[in-house]
Design a protein. Structure first.
Lengths: 207, 207, 207, 207
DNA sequence: TATGAATGAGTTTTCATTCAT
DNA sequence: TATGAATGAAAACTCATTCAT
């Protein structure tokens, strides 16, 4: 296998990362053994160590990739969308509705991680990442408020938190109860609820 | 030793259950060791086995209790509230805002469980439980629609799913990022968004 | 085993330390497995971890104890002996001739350690310890020179090095070829060689 | 490929043997991995197996070569030296003072081996080898006694043991504390101590 | 009943060895 | 011949569970 160059190595790395993300999300970080992951990737346990120094390294890599995907998602949509609200909707659609196996992991992995690990280890990074996302959401909401798409009297921070919570929750439910759920309808309704905030503006700032 | 009556036994059982729930939520099911739990309950590791046959039994008991609490929560509120929407709001408030350590576990434990276990074991029960909750929510929403508190053209199933997802997500965020979050504002906004569905009804059923 | 107090715990710790020292010396640090050590101590592998956090901890403990024994040996003899040379001889005798299994490990363990480990880990401590011993030997030799027991023209540093080398070497040989060796005669001759340095003084400082 | 002749194969074998000896001595037999050795020899791990059937084979080969070098050392010196004592001194000098990396391994390797391996495997050979060396030393000492260079009342066996022990010990110290040691002075003193045995003869056999 | 020492099965990790290229 | 990816058999370590006290 002397000729199996970088390309092959990269592909392997990817497939391990993929398998790990899948299993971390499915079984939890602790329950997913290196053997499980190796099997899922079509390898023996020991082989993984050629690509990742330890289970923790692998975990970190999965996490980093999830973070990166998330950022890319936000960046792409906010750059290409015609308006802030549209951007928000597109991001929401991609998280709620459209997704391959890999995309769905963006949030699950983080939740699985946080549920399964000592906060001292990863917790800070996870928490920081969630906060960053919340800030991004808040900025987009404020932009939408500035452009008149969302009621300016709404508490942007609170809305960002709700969107994050609902998205996270939906990911978990999709992952676990996948078949018995009609995501599309839920997403449409969510959009409607956010849009509805325009009409109810007077009620809002009088509370 | 005959004097160590049922009362004492029950108290011990309770405190173990309590400690277990706390630790399962805090560290994840796998990372919480029997010794951890015993220490948290003020016992030695071996003693737990007098009250629960195995860690799995304990896990199951914690789960069952969480389910039971959840049911009690719904029952109490729907019986005492003056209207369906108020009931929903009260339930929401108790889940989002008011809660002692124990209550906050209602959802976390479920998430922790689902994140940490092989779906073959617990998954079905968890999934079934979540479905039951969704049905309950749906019934309450439909009741609110019947009484004119919520726009009747709204998809009750979708709303139930959103409420469940958001509540679950909020629990996780509270558990992990607790300090940096303003739950009360988020809850108020959530209430407003659900209420807002009344005003936007015409838009909704024309989609 | 609730009543098995500190005394029992200490005894266990001792016996594990004992077994570990024996096996480290006999098979080398790497080849001596935790199971080996446990078996030698009459335990299962896992049990050791109740007393020592890791194999490295155990190694360190064995090392520390060896150092301590060594120091005690030097201290006792140099305090109680009637003269510096006698002290040196007594120390020598205890290292070369008299010794139970445990004492013989004083040096072997250090050699086994150094032979089997990455110098980055333990090497510095080992080296420092050996240097300390050499300094002690040198001081004793100089005292003997001051009191006229050893030729003052002898290079005390060089003699200390020789004594340390010979003692270390002897320990290894004893450990490995034990039965086929007549230690007593070798020790007597060594004493004679050191004593002989008195007579050859003139030759020495004329070189 | 037919051109890659015996010459090339032998050179490769030599360089692997060299690398292995160096690493066995430096890191210990267990800690030196086949990859380490291969890298040190400028090869890949798998390639070694073209020259040595297994790590154990390689170990054995290193050992055998060390033995052979040792024997050659003794043979050369005892043949070329003008007198038995001079031969002993020359051998000593080559072991204590002069040596390239490879020569210094003569003893270290044996010590590393013995420290790192189950006595059942190699131990016997090692022990036998050491005994052979001791016998050689003894013969040379006896020759020196016969020629009047060393006091005939000295116990030749005991002196051989001391020389072997001191040489072995020195090798270890040199390997590990190399820089902080003045070998030359120690060697000179050792020579002096052996020579001194001439003068102290009367004292010796009267003890 | 409670303790906590001990066991043993399971998990991560390492590395000699094999083998497709 | 040489490579280095992959395997698989240990070895370190963890922890649910048992049991003598």
């Amino acid at each position: 296998m002397a000729r199996v160059t970088q390309q092959h190595v990269d592909a392997r790395r990817e497939s391990i990362l993929d398998a790990a993300a899948r299993l971390f999300a499915r079984k939890g970080v602790n329950s997913a053994t290196m053997s499980d992951i190796a099997a899922e990737a079509g390898l023996s346990a020991g082989a993984i160590y050629r690509y990742f120094g330890s289970k923790d390294d692998l975990l970190r890599a999965v996490f980093d990739e999830a973070v990166e995907r998330n950022e890319r998602l936000f960046r792409e949509e906010s750059e290409s969308a015609p308006s802030p609200l549209t951007a928000l909707q597109n991001i929401g659609r991609r998280i709620w509705v459209e997704h391959d196996d890999r995309d769905s992991l963006i949030c699950e992995v983080q939740m699985a991680l946080s549920a399964a690990r000592d906060p001292d280890d990863f917790g800070l990074d996870l928490s920081r990442n969630r906060q960053v996302i919340r800030e991004l959401l808040k900025s987009m909401i404020e932009a939408a408020q500035a452009s008149g798409e969302i009621d300016p009297y709404i508490d942007a921070t609170a809305l960002a938190l709700i969107l994050q919570a609902a998205s996270g929750g939906i990911q978990t439910l999709k992952l676990e109860d996948g078949d018995s759920i009609d995501i599309q309808s839920a997403f449409d309704l969510m959009v409607q609820m956010v849009s509805g905030l325009r009409a109810s503006s007077s009620a809002a700032h009088e509370r």
